[in-house]
Design a protein around this ligand. Structure first.
Ligand SMILES: *Cc1c(COP(=O)(O)O)cnc(C)c1O
Length: 344
């Protein structure tokens, strides 16, 4: 096997969903956009449905179609981008619930698919998607007359527990939805952890299911092992990799592993990154290249057959730190070349 081996622990994903559901004490959806954050939407969503999830969320209608194929007809699938022009056949064919973002989308939806279920996305300050308070007051009576399935909004700063934006958005969401007999949802993973006031009728975690921050208590989900292609001896003063970026200061053993930036191992992580061999950390030396990474394994007691980048000794978020990014980006960048293995 010459590609990296990506192992996805489906039971850990289900356990994380159950843990978040226990915290929220309300209906707990599952966000499986972007191929379930890179981990395989069909396998992940089927496993979550078996664990009891009944509400799924995707970013775009095309993802909803693939998800419907994987899940069959039972679960509700909602689409964050709402009803975009050209999507009517996909929405009707796969029985998707568009989360309507604007007056324009609303008019288009009732014209293209009259009586087809929809939800409403409200903007409470993030200014990314959803109707602003003024739009909503103009449209509200018309929209409510058509029985929307959900009123939702999204928090901009929920990963910062003490950020004043959280309470500001919560108060505005309350204000915009007060007294309406429609289920409400405000929180993703971060908001779910902010407490009961943020739970409403449904929470919709994504990254926490996959073992990422801000759900610090999550069970780890992903293991990534990269096979060693070659180990060589490098003399003091010799250099390794593009641009001679690393120079040996002692006689060294250098392992070259299969995996590089084409596999989502972000080049910027460079020499800050480490990998593990049976729990012992080794450092990346030189530049991350397209298909290969070099590491200093001089101090290992035995030559390794593979090195682990993500797993028990180093989380997705620790790798993200080394690359100056967030766990979400590491997960969704995981490359197409890995041999994926879903463990139940
Ligand atoms: C991606 C997304 C989520 C899930 O967010 P996480 O931070 O991954 O839990 C929930 N709601 C909306 C609108 C989103 O775009």
């Amino acid at each position: 096997m010459s590609t990296g081996k990506l192992t996805i622990d489906l039971n850990a994903i289900a356990a994380n969903w159950q843990a978040l559901s226990k915290i929220a004490q309300v209906e707990t959806g599952a966000v499986v956009k972007a191929d379930a954050y890179g981990l395989g939407v069909a396998q992940v969503a089927r496993h979550l449905a078996t664990a009891g999830a009944r509400q799924f969320f995707v970013a775009v209608a095309e993802e909803g179609v693939a998800l419907r194929r994987a899940l069959g007809s039972g679960p509700v699938i909602s689409v964050f981008s709402g009803h975009m022009h050209g999507d009517a056949d996909l929405i009707a064919g796969a029985n998707l619930v568009p989360l309507i973002n604007s007056v324009d989308q609303m008019l288009h939806h009732v014209e293209a698919l009259p009586a087809h279920p929809f939800g409403i996305q409200l903007d409470t300050g993030m200014n990314r998607l959803g109707m602003e308070p003024s739009e909503w007051s103009a449209l509200r009576e018309i929209a409510l007359a058509q029985n929307p399935t959900l009123l939702m909004s999204h928090l901009a700063c929920a990963d910062e527990v003490d950020h004043p934006m959280n309470e500001q958005q919560r108060a505005l969401f309350d204000d915009m939805t007060q007294g309406l007999d429609v289920p409400r949802s405000l929180s993703a993973t971060g908001g779910t952890l902010l407490g009961e006031d943020f739970h409403y009728d449904m929470v919709r975690p994504g990254v926490g299911l996959y073992g990422g921050l801000p759900f610090a208590a999550a069970q780890p989900v992903v293991t990534l092992d990269l096979p060693v292609v070659q180990i060589r001896d490098v003399a003091e003063g010799e250099t390794v990799g593009y641009a001679n970026a690393w120079t040996a200061v002692r006689p060294s053993k250098i392992a070259t592993v299969s995996g590089g930036y084409a596999d989502g191992l972000i080049r910027a992580m460079g020499a800050k990154a480490r990998m593990h061999s049976d729990g012992i950390a080794v450092s990346v030396v030189g530049r991350v290249s397209m298909d290969l990474i070099t590491l200093d394994v001089t101090d290992l007691p035995t030559p390794p057959k593979s090195l682990q980048l993500i797993g028990a000794h180093q989380s997705v978020d620790a790798v993200a730190d080394a690359a100056g990014t967030i766990g979400y980006e590491i997960l969704t960048s995981l490359g197409a070349r890995y041999a994926r293995n879903w463990r139940e």
